[in-house]
Design a protein around this ligand. Sequence first.
Ligand SMILES: Nc1ncnc2c1ncn2[C@@H]1O[C@H](COP(=O)(O)OP(=O)(O)OP(=O)(O)O)[C@@H](O)[C@H]1O
Ligand SMILES: [Mg+2]
Length: 236
Amino acid sequence: MEVLVIASQKGGAGKTTLAVHLATEAASSRRVLLMDVDPQGSAIEWAQRRGDAAPDVSAIHPATIAREVERARAEGYELVVIDTAPHADSAALQAARLADLVVIPCRPATFDLAAIGATLDLCKLANKQAVVILNAAPIRSRVTTEAAEAVAERGGKVSAVVVHQRVAYQHCLIDGRTAGEFEPNGAAANEITALLADLKSSKSAAPQPEKLTNLKASKPVNTSAKKPVKQKVEVT
Ligand SMILES: Nc1ncnc2c1ncn2[C@@H]1O[C@H](COP(=O)(O)OP(=O)(O)OP(=O)(O)O)[C@@H](O)[C@H]1O
Ligand SMILES: [Mg+2]
């Protein structure tokens, strides 16, 4: 069984959005359990609107993550996706320790890039491989390439697949669907398919920023995201 942990200490980076999309995409070919470790319960709310359709979704108390992952393994799940809370160092670290891969969504924006060091440090502490997904990226903007460079400067690996800002990612959640179900073969659906495939192979070397695959960069945008702000991870 594989464990994918979606983590970002920054609120609103896109953890739940990516968690439900990746879990649902994977559920087309594997038995998947999505664990919602965030007390906000956003993934659980999505699942309630969704009904019985895969993936299975369960609310997990942070203190019991390890036990629940073992239970999922015993129950025959092939993939567990864990959606974590922001600003939850201890719970995120516990989840990261169980991960085969930590997925870190990050908006290509100054505050998000400044905060990403905390999540990268947490992965280092857990001694786990992490891949940063640039999420909610503007279409046709160099800001994304610049953000990828900024992440690389901070020592993070960046996925070759960029998830762009698309209304499909938001509209679909209203009634418990995913972008692919809301708009089959749409651009968002294709991004998620490509992202899951990239994550499967991302245990090998991560691509460099200039190799981002689904970018349509044209006009220059100044992100002023050059200076890293080191954040300390406090673990209790
Ligand atoms: N690629 C995207 N395109 C459009 N909207 C997006 C995208 N990713 C996330 N959003 C929107 O941004 C908001 C925050 O996303 P989400 O809830 O997934 O973040 P989060 O990291 O789980 O937040 P939290 O830290 O509060 O758990 C939501 O309204 C979501 O619909
Ligand atoms: Mg969330």
